[in-house]
Design a protein around this ligand. Structure first.
Ligand code: GLA
Ligand code: GLA
Length: 693
């Protein structure tokens, strides 16, 4: 992944500005003792590197770069652009970001910049260039860390400079044709039509609901404005040091930035992951995020750029990680394709907003438990060196489209309770329990590598992308589509159908799904609607007829919450019906044979009961290795990474009970962490089995 460092990366953000120089050497030596292979340097160093507009100070960083080089530690060098210094802000106050209410955000935190500001962008690229020219040839330099967490704190700015940039962006998008914009935004509604681009402003706080087309374009623009900042720095770095890989640290499955667009410009995808130790299912959402990171990089190994060694400081209640949890969650990232485990941060701060955030070297220093864990984990990670570079194969994909996400969660929809990430997570959770590794794909992806494609929600889908899905099913693929899908096109206009009288929902997905949706029937908070599955009805009737039938125990009746729909099956067959309320007797879930394949439509939010649908749908996607399926439901997460010569089975026990592995362990398999063949997996334990191919 990063050619200058072998094996898996281990390290942290290091903020040397916070410490006297006498501490640096001690830190570098301790890093070496802990097996640290890479440090992230300079993330918040702007004020030190450029103390005034025409003043630069690199001497201190020179000494640090040399110090790390002398200890054999590589540097992930930041461009330091995420927190402009006070002098810059006072000299260029117009670069401070403005909220939708017109409040200009003050200096005193971080990320206080307007993404569209040419002044900010110029200063940032100047800094990036100065750093690149100074350290481009330095032997310690392994990776460029552009900026830090784009979109953390500030994702959009409503100042006049942003407004002008928005208008420029719109002119480009609509070919300088205001009529096209009026059409796209449905601007005939409420007398909103424009006669000139100059009349357009950002969607600032307004008396009532703001035009959804304007809001959607604003989201696209805001993601692109930050992307332009990233690309401006990237261009400079690639010009000066074309051979050094670049990354910027993502923030897991984040709504504000269309990461498909971003990842295309990264050599390495990296992520900052902060699962909450207080949440007993946090590892499931974490797995989902890691699968996304791997997918964003097209399957290549990614890098865990930041995690907390223990507690964070920014939640209301910051629960630490137990030692086992820390190890388990760290190795989970490697299991799901990370080629490195990095942290925020190296040495716990003694002052500042994050002084209560855990670190690899805690306030208690080398006498602390945390430090012993830091050293121990470094030793363990070194045992997995050969895993670096290995890949993960998946035959199940989930479609994720940021444009659809933004459009879906707009205001004034049938229900404000629909949230894409929750919806994806509820489906993903089952796949995780069954040990299916999932790839995420953009809506225009080549689906041919997959046996099963899931679209928990595809509110917005273009006719072309809908055809892709139809063709995929026609050719033999299995597809499951969740409720409120196929509703609008890329402009957030309701699909009209071919004859112009209104084609009805689910628009261009009607044929492949074989259903017609008549009307949505959101379910009020706190209520649910019972659903019964045809297969269950048939088997209970069969049981009634059979003399010696016996009950196999209590089964909770499946039910829908949040959402249901009045649908009719055209060519599909009902798999489940609503059994009460306004929709009683109507289909709730359908299945349509289409060409060589099959497509399900789930018209309601089944929560965990989606299991009944997905269990059937994912059947062609065999869980592999067999160990993974035999441990499904046991709480043990199994992921296989493969190199040309070997498979590495990561077994991660997220449960609080020991699990016997017994005959599940393949012949000749050895746990790389212990050097022996495991018979069981302790509660929260991990094994990495090496098996020849
Ligand atoms: C009010 C307004 C209408 C419309 C409806 C929608 O009555 O006068 O323009 O917005 O609400 O319910
Ligand atoms: C983010 C930032 C870091 C730090 C950590 C704390 O990931 O990138 O600078 O603030 O959060 O958890």
């Amino acid at each position: 992944m990063i050619t200058r460092v072998e094996g898996l990366l281990y390290g942290a953000d290091y903020n040397p500005e916070q410490w006297p120089e006498s501490v640096w050497k001690q830190d570098a030596n301790l890093m070496r003792d802990a097996g640290v292979t890479m440090v992230t340097l300079g993330v918040f160093s702007w004020a030190r590197l450029q103390p005034a507009e025409n003043e630069w100070d690199f001497a201190w960083l020179d000494r640090l770069m040399d110090l790390f080089d002398s200890r054999g530690i590589a540097v992930d060098l930041a461009t330091a652009t995420a927190s402009p210094p006070a002098w810059f802000v006072r000299q260029y106050p117009e670069t401070l970001p403005v909220t939708a209410d017109g409040v200009r955000l003050e200096f005193g935190s971080r990320q206080h910049y307007c993404p569209s500001s040419p002044v900010y962008r110029e200063a940032a690229t100047k800094l990036a260039r100065a750093i690149a020219e100074r350290y481009g040839e330095h032997p310690a330099l392994a990776l460029w860390h552009i900026h830090n967490e784009y979109g953390d704190h500030v994702t959009e700015c409503f100042c006049d400079v942003s407004a002008a940039d928005f208008r420029r962006w719109l002119r480009e998008r609509y070919g300088d044709d205001i009529a096209q914009l009026n059409f796209a935004w449905g601007a005939e509604f409420w007398s909103q039509r424009y006669s000139d681009f100059a009349q357009i402003e950002p969607p600032r706080t307004a008396p009532g609901p703001v035009n959804p087309g304007q809001l959607l374009d604003w989201r696209r623009f805001s993601s692109d404005a930050l992307l332009a900042c990233f690309l401006a720095e990237r261009t400079v770095l690639k010009e000066v040091t074309p051979e050094i890989p670049v990354t910027t640290n993502f923030m897991s499955m984040m709504k504000d930035l269309d990461y498909w667009k971003w990842a295309a410009h990264e050599d390495v995808v990296s992520d900052d992951a902060y699962p909450d130790p207080a949440d007993s299912s946090a590892h499931v959402q974490a797995a989902m995020n890691y699968d996304l990171m791997r997918s964003l990089g097209g399957g290549k190994p990614w890098l865990l750029m930041e995690q907390a060694p223990s507690a964070v400081s920014w939640r209301a209640v910051n629960v630490p990680k137990t030692p086992d949890q820390r190890r388990l969650w760290s190795l989970q990232t490697v299991a799901r394709g990370a080629d490195g485990v990095m942290h925020f941060q190296w040495r716990a701060s003694r002052a500042g907003a994050e002084k209560f955030h855990s670190a690899l070297l805690p306030h208690g220093g080398t006498q602390s438990r945390g430090w012993r864990e830091t050293v121990k984990f470094g030793e363990e990670l070194a045992k997995l060196t050969e895993v670096a570079g290995s890949r993960i194969e998946s035959t199940v994909a989930i479609v994720l489209d940021w444009n659809s996400w933004w459009a879906l969660e707009a205001e004034d929809h049938p229900s404000a309770r629909v949230r894409l990430k929750e919806q994806i997570l509820s489906w993903y959770s089952l796949l995780h329990r069954w040990n299916h590794v999932v790839d995420f794909v953009p809506p225009d992806a080549d689906l041919s590598p997959y046996k099963v494609v899931l679209a928990p929600n595809l509110y917005s889908v273009s006719t072309e992308n809908a055809s892709r899905l139809s063709d995929y099913v026609y050719g033999g693929g299995y597809l499951v589509v969740g409720y409120f899908s196929g509703i609008v096109d890329e402009l957030d206009h309701i699909h009209q159908g071919v004859d112009g009288t209104g084609g009805g929902y689910p628009g261009p997905l009607k044929d492949v799904l074989g259903v017609a949706v008549d009307e949505w029937w959101p379910i009020p908070d706190g209520r649910s609607v019972e659903v019964s599955f045809v297969a269950d009805e048939e088997s209970s009737q069969a049981k009634k007829k059979h003399k010696h039938s016996y009950s196999i125990g209590y089964h909770r009746t499946p039910s829908a919450v949040r959402w249901s729909e009045w649908i009719g099956a055209t060519t599909a067959r009902a798999v489940a019906h609503y059994t009460e309320g306004a929709l009683k007797g109507r289909p709730a879930v359908t299945c349509n044979d289409f060409g060589e394949g099959r497509a399900w439509y789930v018209s309601c939010d089944l929560g965990g009961d989606i299991e009944k649908v997905l269990a059937e749908a994912v059947r062609p996607a065999v869980v592999w290795p067999s160990l993974a399926s035999s441990l499904a439901f046991s709480g043990v997460e199994v992921v296989c990474r493969s190199s040309e010569s070997h498979h590495y089975y990561f077994l991660l026990n997220h449960g609080d009970k020991q699990v016997d592995l017994g005959s599940a362990v393949p012949f000749g398999a050895v746990n790389l962490l212990t050097g022996s063949r495991p018979a069981h997996l302790a509660a929260q334990g991990v094994a990495v089995l090496k098996v020849g191919r």
